[in-house]
Design a protein around this ligand. Structure first.
Ligand SMILES: C[C@@H](Nc1nc2c(c3cc(-c4cn[nH]c4)ccc13)C(=O)N=C/C2=C\CC1CC1)C(C)(C)C
Length: 327
């Protein structure tokens, strides 16, 4: 039995007729599976209802044979370890428990029933400043939480930012996340996006992750030049997302991946006419080639663009702004 796996308790009687509580693990038959929500490279996410409680979940189904054949076992374990590490923040999809049968692994998770931020953005074309500020703040608050627990997402993009039934952010897809080696000291509360300071190799960003490239439009330059991601790589992606919410398209997009990568490493992008000045200043301080010179989470929180935002748990209790386009 995995830790915390037992998710149900059933009353039975033992041989002497004494009542005993039996810990039972849920299985496929405890759920009614509904529509397919999304397809990953080696998984499918399906909406499902717990037959006993009626509660709705998203269940990520992974085909064991395919995972082994494609040598993805490592990624499945990284995703599970990451989800088990990021359990108490409203901005991260929560993993309730896992089970398996002959051919599949099942992760039972929060259902983000309003779907992908990308889908909503496409319907709106663009977000106005107030909506961009609100969604930017919830995404940043979640990045701050992930980084404080030594997790780099490495593939942040509007497809991985989901929305729950109240239209609050739920970040997902941690199969390509990087868990930084446990920092020597407990993570400080003002963990910044820059290199881990205070460790023996001061200044050298000792905690870098190796060899993984995310989705072309959001990949950071350091990932393309020296193959290493750091916390600031997530803040590069954050800058691309803020730009995209207001402009309706990502800053770096070309005919193919190679040309997109070229634009990124040459910092080749322009702001559309009428792009708000304060947001432009923020994006310009995030889309910086040198990760050490990119704004850290703390500096972003104090940027004028987020002046009216109350950070912390209050942010998640606020009513979400009515979605309006930036015309
Ligand atoms: C990014 C992911 N897509 C999705 N992953 C998850 C969804 C999800 C929901 C909708 C949706 C809901 N309503 N309409 C669409 C569309 C896509 C989704 C969800 O509700 N709960 C957990 C999820 C993922 C958990 C994962 C960390 C393990 C890919 C494309 C990889 C399948």
């Amino acid at each position: 039995e995995e830790k915390g796996a037992a998710v149900g308790v059933r009353q039975e009687t033992d041989v002497n007729g004494r009542p005993v509580l039996k810990h039972v693990k849920k299985g496929v038959k405890d759920f009614h599976f509904g529509r397919t929500l999304g397809e990953g490279s080696y998984s499918t996410v399906i909406a499902a209802t717990d037959r006993q409680t009626g509660k709705e979940y998203a269940i990520k189904v992974l085909d064991k044979r395919h995972i082994i054949k494609e040598k993805k076992v490592k990624y499945v374990n990284i995703e599970k370890d990451t989800l088990n590490r990021l359990t108490d923040h409203p901005g991260v999809v929560r993993l309730y428990y896992t089970f398996q049968d002959e051919q599949s692994l099942y992760f039972v998770l929060d259902l983000a029933s309003s779907g992908e931020l990308l889908g909503v953005l496409k319907q709106m074309t663009t977000f106005d400043e107030e909506c961009t500020r609100f969604y930017g703040a919830e995404i940043l608050d979640t990045i701050d939480y992930m980084h404080a627990r030594g997790v780099i997402h490495r593939d942040l993009k509007p497809e991985n930012v989901l929305l729950d039934d109240q239209m609050h952010v739920k970040i997902t897809d941690f199969g390509t996340a990087k868990i930084l080696d446990q920092p020597k000291k407990p993570p400080r509360d003002h963990e910044d996006g820059g290199p881990e300071t205070g460790s023996p190799m001061d200044g050298a960003d000792v905690n870098r992750a190796k060899s993984f490239v995310g989705t072309a439009e959001y990949v950071s330059p350091e990932l393309l030049t020296d193959k290493q991601a750091c916390k600031a790589s997530d803040l590069w992606a954050f800058g691309c997302i803020i730009y995209q919410l207001l402009a309706g398209r990502p800053p770096f997009k070309a005919g193919n991946e190679y040309l997109t990568f070229q634009k990124i490493v040459n910092l080749e992008y322009q702001f559309p006419k009428g792009f708000p000045a304060v947001a432009k200043d923020l994006v310009e301080r995030l889309l910086v080639l040198d990760p050490a010179r990119r704004l850290s989470v703390e500096h972003i929180k104090n940027h004028q663009f987020f002046d009216s935002v109350t950070w912390g748990r209050g942010l998640w209790r606020q009513k979400v702004p009515q979605l309006k386009s930036y015309v």
